[in-house]
Structures are given as structure tokens and as C-alpha cells.
Design a protein around this ligand. Structure first.
Ligand code: FES
Length: 96
């Protein structure tokens, strides 16, 4: 793979280099290990489930528009905004 096969986009303001042709869901999974896209109205973290445009769990803001991350290919300069706060690296996972 050549370096021209990579593009740069921004996830929550951080520049991220990804392969051309990658979906936004894959880019989020690469950047945030759980692939988290947003928080629900009750505050729960949401992430892609079906990967084929059915469940809508992967909704995320891209350049000000709410889209399905699993159905959207990454573009150079794209701005992806999750409303994750705190960031996933500070979230504690507990067993049920
Ligand atoms: S993961 Fe189900 S619609 Fe995107």
C-alpha cells in the first residue's frame, strides 16, 4: 500500500490517518477501541451493531450532519464528532 492510499480526517478534533475506502464505523473502531459513536439520551455509549444500515446504532455527526457510520466512506478532511464525554479511554468497564 502506498502513502497516497491514506487520507486524514478528524475525530473529535484529533487528526487520524485512515485507509481510503474505509467506513467511518471502521475508522471509529480503529480510533476508539470499542467503536463508540455517541451517547444515547439516557447517557449510554452506543456503537455499531449490524454493520449494514439496519439498527441505526452507529449514528454519528459528520460535518454537521447525522449519518450512519457503517454506510459512510471516509473522505479526506471529514470532521467526525461523537458526543462522548469523558473519552473512552477514561471509561471503566464493569462485569455484570
Ligand atoms: S451498525 Fe447498524 S446501522 Fe450502522
Amino acid at each position: 500500500m502506498h502513502t497516497t492510499d491514506f487520507i486524514t480526517l478528524y475525530i473529535d478534533g484529533q487528526p487520524v490517518s485512515v485507509s481510503q475506502g474505509m467506513t467511518v464505523a471502521a475508522a471509529l473502531a480503529h480510533h476508539y477501541s470499542l467503536g463508540i459513536t455517541r451517547r444515547s439520551v439516557s447517557g449510554q455509549l452506543r456503537a455499531p451493531v449490524c454493520g449494514m444500515g439496519v439498527c441505526h446504532e452507529c449514528r454519528v455527526m459528520i460535518d454537521g450532519q447525522r449519518v450512519l457510520a457503517c454506510q459512510t466512506l471516509c473522505r479526506d478532511g471529514m470532521r467526525i464528532d461523537t458526543d462522548i464525554n469523558p473519552t473512552p479511554t477514561t471509561i471503566l468497564v464493569t462485569e455484570a
